[in-house]
Ligand binder design. Structure first.
Ligand code: SF4
Length: 319
């Protein structure tokens, strides 16, 4: 599979005054292949959402490259960037907050078409009705209603319809089910799977819940404090986690497979360090049960330890 998106040495920093910066994303290099679902997992504050927004140039990253479908997005501005954006859409965590409460559902779903220059009202109506039906909404029922008349799950269907109406190639799903009732989550995950197959989509699926990521992803990337820890195909990563942080995340899944060898997954006590002043060397060292002096002195590069398997650790749990 070829790459649809390739991020290289991406850095996102937020100034907080006094010359200090939050190092939200640091030197991340990652590819998303055509037609795959890449899960991006990590705790709150690991930089997942900052990474997602930076690749959409919302706002642009401080440093690094974002090559999407042959376009270097970090070099594009204005009309050129607007011409590419329809192919790159995003679904947000809170579906109710992501929809304008004053607009009717038909207007919300049609808005991207208007912004991208589809001037024919009949054409817009045809496409809005088609995408509503695709996501399981009856256009005749929902057309003139407003978001507050719907449940969280239905609002996420509306948000998915809005993302699909421009026929994107890549959808960045930023925690798309974490704000929903557990009973609704499976429906939305199944809908995303159906839409991926039907429209030939590629998904970057961001979540803090490894169990959710496991259920949808072809490959998984794990982030900690703004850095990538591990990238692997889903089956390998869940069978044999190579990075101590991945192993710790897996140990936190409520019903881990007792046959899966997790090694020593017990984290050192204490809070995660601040991204304002991340630890030297390996950023995970203050919580890692395997840390030694070298971990404080040398940044572990993300390196391939097996075909398609990368890990940023001096002493991976496998290989
Ligand atoms: S480099 Fe050292 S501190 Fe970092 S994960 Fe590996 S063993 Fe732990």
């Amino acid at each position: 599979m070829t790459d649809l998106l390739r991020i290289t040495d991406l850095n996102v920093e937020y100034p907080v005054g006094g010359g200090r910066h939050v190092h939200a994303v640091s030197d991340v290099t990652l590819a998303v292949r055509h037609g795959e679902t890449l899960g991006l997992v990590g705790e709150s504050g690991s930089g997942k959402s900052s990474l997602a927004r930076a690749l959409l140039q919302l706002p642009p990253p401080q440093r690094g490259s974002v090559l999407f479908d042959g376009n270097e997005l970090t070099q594009m501005r204005g009309e050129a960037l607007r011409a590419v954006r329809p192919r790159l859409q995003m679904i947000f965590q809170d579906p109710i907050a992501s929809l304008n409460p004053r607009r009717r559902v038909a207007e919300i779903v049609a808005e991207p078409l208007i912004v991208s220059g589809v001037r024919d009202p009949a054409e817009r109506t045809r496409r809005v009705r088609a995408v509503m039906e695709a996501v399981g909404l009856d256009p005749d029922v929902v057309w003139a209603r407003r978001p507050h008349e719907f449940s969280g799950g239905q609002c996420q269907r509306i948000a998915i319809a809005r993302a699909l109406v421009l026929e994107p190639k890549l959808i960045v799903c930023d925690e798309p089910v974490s704000a929903l009732d557990v009973s609704i989550r499976a429906q939305i995950l199944n809908l995303l799977e159906d839409m991926k197959a039907r429209f030939g989509l590629t998904l970057l699926f961001i979540a803090h819940d490894l169990a959710v990521v496991k259920s949808v992803s072809d490959r998984v990337a794990v982030m900690y404090l703004g850095k990538l820890c591990e990238v692997a195909d889903s089956a390998s990563l869940f069978a044999t986690p190579a990075h101590p942080y991945t192993a710790a995340l897996m140990a936190a899944i409520p019903e881990p497979d007792p046959d899966v060898p997790l090694g020593d997954t017990k984290l050192k006590p204490g809070d995660p360090p601040s991204p304002l002043d991340p630890p030297s060397g390996c950023r995970f060292r203050t919580r890692c049960p395997h840390a030694v002096d070298r971990c404080a002195a040398e940044v572990p590069p993300l390196r391939e330890i097996a075909a398609g398997r990368e890990v940023a650790c001096h002493f991976p749990l496998i290989g």
